[in-house]
Design a binder for this molecule. Sequence first.
Ligand SMILES: Cc1ncc(COP(=O)(O)O)c(C=O)c1O
Length: 390
Amino acid sequence: MRLSRRRLGLSTRAVHGTPPAPGAHTPVTTPIVQSSTFTNEVGAAEEVLYTRYGNNPNQRSLAQRLAALDGGEAAIAVASGMGATALAHLSILNPGDHLIACDWIYGGTRRLFEREFARIGIQVSFVDPSNPRSWKARLRNTTRAIFLETPTNPLMRVLDLEPLAALCHTEGIALIVDSTFASPINLRPIEHGADVVIHSATKYLNGHSDVIAGVVVGTEEMVEEVRQLMQVWGQALDPHAAWLIERGLKTLDVRVARQNANGLAFAEWASGEKAFAQVHYPGLPSHPDHALATTQLDGFGGMVGLEVRGGADAAERMLRRLRLAQHAPSLGGVETLVSEPRVTSHASLSPAQRAAQGIPDGFVRVSLGIEDVDDIIADFARALRQPRRA
Ligand SMILES: Cc1ncc(COP(=O)(O)O)c(C=O)c1O
């Protein structure tokens, strides 16, 4: 078909997946095939369809769109972002192998690496990426992969992928990138040399705070390995959840464009407020990675970190007074959410460890939704100014 000779834009890929062959009475949206199993002919050697195997039509249709969006050979959707992280690593690492992980990662992922991987004999070294030489210094002859998130949670640091990809390829190891905060609209790590991309699809990809899911994108061979693990570790995604994510993907590009605009407007407003000691947003010239973000990202994102003066008490006072922004973990949905890394994503770190990473107790993470940003700014402004009740 002529369409396939030209590379389709991201939004077109998200809306159409593989354009269907023309014909009458074809459903415009993928129907939900809410069936655990499928009949097969007696004696036939064809593939057996069973939803836990990941070959339900909804799972397949979603996977195809996800691969197209991130520019990978193949993709697979699984039951959670944590499931995606676990399976992607288990497809590459065996007992006795070594992983180098960035220090600035989601707390759940850190727990998986520190507690669960240790139990099965996979060693993990954590690296402070502010010293770019430390990656190479941690290499062992058993190292099989480097893992990082970019932009990072909750400081929105942007890591330079290309030198790391070059190091990984020289060493013959994999670069695995959790790109949840960026979504494929703002960053496609494979274009920068990454081998494997992970998303918590719970966040931007679905975008409506009503599904838990994860994604792994990579080569056909690697994704097939993840599929094999998914089948036996029981990580398949329910067809209805797959359908909801496919629907969410159709508006991903316009949602993220709005969230990029809202993130920038909110961060610019917040940086003029005395109540905040610091505002972390890669679109601000004051952000340490602003120059890199300008070249590596297609948008600065909808995530903003605020350091509230006065510590946890002052942060909680502000949070209690918000009316529109809702206090809930998670991010990337159409509604603005606020959370405190101290009690959510980074609760497993000690206060000293958090402080060492630049996350003081008064830190508030804001995930901008698609509301009118003036209303969100007014909500925060009111929450900061309202006098304290006796
Ligand atoms: C960057 C990142 N990766 C992975 C996860 C885990 O995703 P899920 O909650 O879908 O398992 C999260 C969850 O907050 C996250 O922020």
